[in-house]
Design a protein around this ligand. Structure first.
Ligand code: ZN
Length: 48
């Protein structure tokens, strides 16, 4: 694995590992938070 592409579980700001918390299991809504810089992201299901 030599890919340098940013992984969804890596913080885009500081590159630290993100911890996730499942907000809605049925809709697969997950919140990602960085413990290092405090960044928070949320993934949402495909919306059309
Ligand atoms: Zn961060």
């Amino acid at each position: 694995m030599t890919s340098r592409s940013l992984q969804p579980w890596e913080c885009p700001t500081c590159g630290d590992r993100l911890s996730f918390e499942i907000l809605d299991d049925e809709r697969f809504l997950v919140a990602w938070s960085c413990l290092n810089c405090g960044l928070v992201r949320a993934t949402e299901p495909d919306s059309r």
